[in-house]
Design a protein around this ligand. Structure first.
Ligand SMILES: Nc1ncnc2c1ncn2[C@@H]1O[C@H](COP(=O)(O)OP(=O)(O)OP(=O)(O)O)[C@@H](O)[C@H]1O
Length: 902
């Protein structure tokens, strides 16, 4: 039987005398049935007491194959011979993390903190792995090596490597693989497959096995190993995959016990063994080393995984004393000592260097906590893959279900293209995304990581192996949180102290004197460009809706380039990055380089995109020498971008970016300019509910907001807007901008619908003739929808259409996705219906807002008053609010809004 629930108490392990001699035990009290049942005691025997050592109340415990016994009328539970004990099973520990943890827990921590560096052995290792996969899929060796080396062109170039010598080295490694494969093993019956993504809902593991042969894991290592046995940490890694493969097998054959279905051997392939000189090296030079995986080893692996899960649950920092690793033989010793010294962490290796100041220590701890809390929210997303059923996933917009497989086709290079008929349903999945494709269940069925090529009536994805395409699931990613952590590390431990001074309020930002005029028709914009150009540390540009932020930003880039500065241009979204480039182009400047993926970058900017494939020296020179590099803040944390240096970083949409997210960009430059509006959308934090006040404040508010409050003298507010008619902007100006926002020109202020060709006001019903209108359909909210409101919205749209307004000039904003779907069902083609978040940064001639709520409000409908500011400032000529006036009037802000609109 399985016992699962939160831990209530953990007793100290003790030793008792049993009929089989002495044995250790620890008693743990849990509330089974996910905490719904009364507490019971479970006795963990033998080595499982090591897991009891790391357990704490509140953690989730799973005992697989627990024994149940009645003793004096009370049911008692204990571990038996086949039991497995899993701590926090919903927290998926990465297999490569377990591998570094067994070497030294501190190494695990350092890797997590500092991220992957751009280093030749890492890049070469990746190429060899890819070639391995290609060979397994039957590709020609030379073709594969040339192709994979070319794909790594940018990284190799930045490392000053040339393609020919890398290809030679890769070929030497690959010959070990080829030799081994050619021993007659690669046949159909052998059931080979490469790169299998594995997720275990039982043992809380995730990872990607290099290859699987006859159900057993094969791991590739690009180093050498002249011992007969594989390295211990490599065996641990292979055993993790064995455990997960066993679980998959058990699901497929509906066996109850997973561990017994696990393969009992694993293979390690040390490719460098094939390249060493046999005359100089002694020992076992065969690349392939098999080992047997017994039940005891699998349990050891699970206990090790438990140590990580428990440490992550209480967010403690490992010291290195947990392992008997010898620091003096460790390559990481210097880094370990430096990090320990600077962050004042206890460490087995010791400490060197001076500790960073207290306020920075504090900052590190606060943000570390907040980021790790956010990581746990990502892990809850993973758990939804098996905790929610298909309908719930679809309802949550996280899956496309009920697809009908159409056909599959093998592509050049051995990958597959799968097609299925869609159902018309929508989800968060977008073209270009990497998702989990499955034949029905993303974890328990056959599943593959897939890249989405096309969505719509026909759905097309590419995968490593074919399968019946029946379902696509969002596959959560930790890359965002990983990068935030690395940015935090880089900001505090790599940046010079003088640069940090202004961030920690030890010094005020400084400005040079200069009175050049950059923009002659808008004083605030001119002042903003000037401030940015004169800044020795940073400048802040506050741009309310439609005030020409993008225009000003583009002018700033040009001014900086004219001074010979190298500029990094970034924004939170790809769209804003491309908009800024478009504005630059309109101003006659196109000497920029766009860094981003093919699917992320707008069609119009593809010609400026840096291609990562090709001749190393040519591509890397292109990047190194570009005077303007444009990328999203998320990609500023990539290994490639982390190698770049700039004079100035300009960050657009800065109000929407978490503080560590912004650090990723400003770490790369000596000075920075933040452009944004903290009265519009704040950073999106998934773990909002879990974070206590302080943590949310840390991730939920932007660096822009913190600095503009601390240093108003380093900011300029753009106060003239080029978008809205006077009447439309009045409420937002008063409510959110102290009445300072004004139309830039008389034309902007006085614009009317009749300015649009073919539109006649007379054709509109009287209540829609004013540029701001309020419609109360007296509807009733049902959950997150309000069908009567949806009807009123559609009727309003029809009136505007009848008066001659084009469908694509009309936008509808609703607070919930359910209401968006409700309206979309009935709205005419061409009208954009969406949530506020998707409307930020855009505008329409006519905007209709649906508020949904009826009765009395228990909080701002759009989550946050900043969202209503965004919703009300998208319209140029006509804004119609559709809502329940009585309900809205129960809130003071909405009450004033109704007064204004009626
Ligand atoms: N100084 C100016 N002179 C003339 N036109 C301007 C000026 N500044 C901005 N504009 C025009 O006003 C419009 C809005 O500008 P822009 O797109 O830069 O606004 P924004 O603040 O970035 O908008 P959003 O609120 O959507 O981010 C554009 O058409 C732009 O060309």
């Amino acid at each position: 039987m399985q016992l699962r629930g939160p831990v209530v108490a953990v007793d100290e392990p003790r030793t008792v005398q049993t009929s089989n001699g002495q044995s250790d035990l620890a008693e743990v009290t849990v509330r089974p049935d996910d905490g719904r049942a009364d507490p019971v005691t479970v006795t963990l025997w033998g080595k499982w007491t090591e897991t009891a050592d790391v357990l704490a109340p509140g953690m989730e415990l799973l005992v697989i194959d627990a024994q149940e016994k009645e003793f004096k009328g009370e049911i008692q539970y204990s571990t038996g011979r086949d039991s497995m004990v899993v701590v926090e099973p919903d927290f998926l520990v990465d297999v490569t993390d377990i591998r570094s943890w067994v070497q030294c827990p501190r190494m695990y921590y350092l890797n997590k903190l500092a991220g992957l560096p751009l280093a030749y052995p890492v890049v070469k290792g990746t190429i060899v792995h890819e070639v391995f996969g290609d060979l397994l899929r039957g590709r020609d060796l030379d073709e594969s090596v040339d192709e994979r080396v070319a794909e790594a062109g940018l990284e190799l170039g930045l490392l000053d490597r040339d393609a020919a010598s890398v290809a030679e080295e890769v070929r030497q490694n690959a010959s070990a693989i080829e030799g081994w494969l050619n021993q007659g093993t690669l046949t159909e019956e052998d059931q080979w497959r490469s790169e299998q993504t594995l997720v275990s809902e039982t043992y809380g593991l995730k990872g990607r096995a290099d290859a699987v042969r006859r159900g057993s894991p094969v791991e590739l290592k690009t180093g050498k190993n002249t011992n007969r046995e594989p390295r211990f940490q490599d065996k641990v890694q292979a055993a993790c995959y064995a455990l997960m493969l066993g679980e998959g097998e058990a699901h497929a054959t509906e066996q109850a016990t997973h561990a017994s279905a696990a393969p009992d051997t694993g293979t390690l392939l040390y490719t460098k063994n094939a390249a060493v000189e046999r005359t100089e090296e002694t020992g076992d030079l065969s690349p392939a080393k098999d080992f047997s995986i017994g039940p005891g080893f699998l349990k050891y692996v699970v206990r090790t995984r438990n140590e990580i899960a428990a440490m992550e649950a209480d967010m403690s920092v490992p010291t290195g004393y947990e392992a008997d690793a010898k620091c003096e033989y460790c390559f990481e010793q210097d880094t370990c000592m430096a990090v320990s010294g600077r962050l004042e962490q206890e460490s087995k290796a010791g400490q060197v260097g001076r500790a960073i100041p207290d306020e920075e220590q504090d900052y590190f701890k606060r943000f570390y906590r907040a980021i790790e809390t956010e990581r746990r929210a990502v892990h809850r997303e993973y758990a939804k893959l098996w905790r929610q059923n298909a309908d719930e996933r679809a309802e949550d917009d996280r899956a496309l279900i009920g697809l009908e497989p159409l056909d599959e086709r093998e592509l050049d290079g051995g990958r597959w293209e799968l097609r299925a008929a869609g159902t018309g349903a929508v989800s968060k999945i977008r073209e270009g995304d990497v998702v989990l494709a499955s034949d029905g269940h993303p974890i328990r069925g056959k599943a593959e990581l897939a890249r989405v090529k096309q969505l719509g009536e026909e759905i097309v994805v590419t995968t490593d192996e074919p399968l019946d395409l029946r379902r696509l699931d969002v596959y959560p990613s930790e890359i965002g949180v990983d990068r935030m952590l690395t940015a935090l590390h880089d900001a505090l431990l790599k940046q010079p102290a003088e640069q940090k001074d202004v961030l920690f309020d030890r010094r005020d930002p400084e400005f040079r004197a200069d009175d050049t005029t950059y923009i002659d028709n808008n004083e605030a914009q001119n002042e903003a460009v000037s401030l940015a150009v004169r800044a020795e540390d940073f400048a802040l540009v506050h741009g309310p809706p439609g005030t020409g932020k993008t225009y000003t930003l583009a002018r700033t880039v040009r001014a900086l380039v004219e001074q010979g500065e190298r500029v990094l241009l970034t924004a939170f979204t790809n769209r804003a990055v491309d908009n800024a480039l478009e504005a630059l182009r309109e101003q006659g400047f196109d000497d920029f380089l766009r860094v981003g993926t093919e699917t992320g970058v707008h069609q119009d900017m593809q010609e400026f995109r840096l291609k990562e494939r090709g001749d190393p020296s040519a591509i890397s020179t292109e990047l190194r020498e570009a005077s303007v590099v444009a990328a999203t803040t998320a990609s500023c944390g990539s290994t490639v971008m982390r190698e770049q240096e700039f004079d100035v970083a300009i960050v657009d949409e800065a109000g929407q970016i978490t503080e560590p997210g912004a650090l990723a960009a400003i770490n790369l430059a000596e000075r920075f300019v933040l452009v944004g509006d903290h009265q519009q959308l704040p950073p999106v934090v998934q773990a909002e509910d879990e974070m206590d006040g302080d943590d949310t404040a840390d991730l939920g508010s932007s660096l822009f907001e913190r600095l503009i409050e601390a240093h108003p003298e380093a900011s300029v507010m753009l106060d003239r807007q080029y978008r809205m008619a006077q009447r439309i902007q009045a409420f937002a100006s008063r409510e959110f901008y102290d009445g300072q926002l004004r139309p830039a020109t008389g034309e902007v202020a006085a614009q009317r619908l009749t300015d649009l060709p073919g539109v006649s006001l007379d054709a509109l019903p009287a209540h829609l003739q004013d540029s701001v209108a309020f419609v109360d359909p007296d509807g009733r909210a049902r959950g997150n929808t309000n069908p009567d409101e949806a009807d009123a919205v559609v009727e309003t749209i029809e009136s505007f259409r009848a008066a001659g307004v084009e469908a694509d000039e009309i936008g509808v904003i609703a607070p919930y996705r359910a209401q968006v779907a409700e309206i979309n069902k009935r709205a005419p083609d061409g009208v954009t219906v969406d949530t506020v978040d998707r409307f930020q940064g855009s505008s329409k001639e006519v905007i209709v807002v649906s508020f949904v709520a009826t009765g009395s409000l228990d909080g701002p409908i759009f989550e946050d008053y900043r969202r209503i500011n965004v919703a009300l400032t998208r319209a140029k000529k006509s804004l119609v609010l559709v809502g329940d006036a009585d309900a809205l009037s129960t809130d003071s802000v909405y009450g004033r809004m109704v007064e204004w609109a009626r």
